[in-house]
Design a binder for this molecule. Structure first.
Ligand SMILES: [Zn+2]
Length: 359
């Protein structure tokens, strides 16, 4: 066989070609599509709903068969304080979901092979507009900013104090009741959009590093849910992302110093990486970021269909061993006969089905 010996001008041409190929391969870009033979099918088409009263629970129960036909196989039911807790009845919302309703939901989800996971908003989101939720009205000492911001004027949501020594026992009791009532193998602890943290007026948190405080709150939940109860833990990912470096800004990512916590929390937490806006060139840098850190990732969309399509298409290019599928959020109560028609949910179902068929 004639051997190719690059000498003189040929050597220069070969070197230039090599440099061009190297430059081409190193430039920032969307990831190459993973060859079908090397990619497993994604696990989940998920849906996240708010269930804050008995009517919402009843509507969801009615909607389960249609959601299953749509392809939903993972359902996050965010109940927060709106369950008839026995351990702390003083924290029940005004019209709490009953244990009987939850049992019906459990039974239906089992019948339709939907993984059912309760969600409890932890740390942040302790108020909404003028309403402060029960934990901080019954136990104002757990408020990170007690007495500040009357009627919640000037703030987004209240936070609890992650360093209050009496808080974990109460919250863990609520987590336990949800895990048991929902017969769940996992819990979603929320933890998104926390803006009040390390408040200068909190005697325990003032002067502390927000990333260390956030990581401590995550680990407090993790120690109970994963280490003690042997369940999986899901959380929203925005506080773990650098809002400036990623270009996501202060909502979908953090500009308040929490993001270094990503290196301080356990790697077997599942990150729900929510992005509701269209990103330049359809690139969502948090997905490879979390995957490279070793996390399992469930990207999440809301109501902007084009943004949802771009997020889904971008995320489907990554191997499915840790890129788990897609989660649709509606941020409202479910409605019988309507929720399964949520346009981004229908779109996600089509995209995931097409991806599976291409394998
Ligand atoms: Zn505090």
């Amino acid at each position: 066989m004639k051997k190719f010996k690059p000498t003189g001008r040929k050597l220069i041409i070969v070197s230039l070609l090599f440099a061009c190929v190297t430059f081409y391969n190193c430039r920032p870009r969307k990831p190459e599509a993973i060859p079908a033979a090397g990619r497993a099918e994604v696990k989940y088409l998920g849906l996240h709903v708010l269930v804050e009263n008995k009517k919402a629970a009843a509507e969801l129960i009615t909607e389960i068969p249609r959601l299953a036909r749509r392809g939903v196989n993972l359902l996050f039911v965010e109940v927060d304080y709106n369950y008839e807790y026995q351990s702390h009845p003083e924290l029940r919302g005004p019209d709490p979901v009953s244990a009987v309703q939850v049992k019906k939901l459990v039974s239906l989800c089992r019948q339709y092979r939907i993984r059912l996971i309760p969600e409890f908003q932890s740390f942040g989101h302790q108020s909404w507009e003028k309403k402060t939720f029960s934990l901080l009205t019954v136990y104002p000492q757990f408020d990170e900013t007690p007495g500040k911001y009357p009627d919640n004027q000037g703030i987004y949501c209240r936070s609890w104090c992650p360093l209050h020594p009496e808080l974990p026992d109460i919250i863990n009791a609520l987590y336990d009741e949800l895990l048991e009532a929902f017969e769940a193998d996992a819990l979603h602890v929320g933890m998104d959009e926390i803006f009040i943290i390390a408040d200068p007026d909190c005697p325990r948190c003032r002067g502390k590093d927000p990333a260390e405080l956030f990581a401590l709150a995550v680990k407090t939940a993790y120690d109970h849910i994963v280490l003690k109860r042997k369940k999986e833990m899901f959380m929203w990912g925005d506080r773990l992302l650098d809002g400036k470096a990623t270009g996501y800004g202060e909502w979908e990512a953090s500009l308040n110093g929490t993001h270094p916590a990503v290196d301080l929390i356990p790697g077997d937490i599942i990150i729900c990486d929510w992005h509701y806006e269209i990103m330049p060139d359809g690139v969502y840098p948090s997905i490879p970021f979390f995957l490279e850190k070793g996390f399992r990732v469930l990207p999440a969309s809301f109501k902007n269909e084009r943004a949802a399509a771009e997020l889904i298409d971008y995320s489907l290019q990554f191997p499915a061993d840790r890129m788990l599928g897609h989660l649709c959020t509606i941020w409202r109560q479910p409605e019988a006969g309507k929720t399964h028609k949520h346009p981004p949910l229908a779109l996600a179902a089509r995209r995931l089905r097409a991806s599976a068929q291409a394998l």
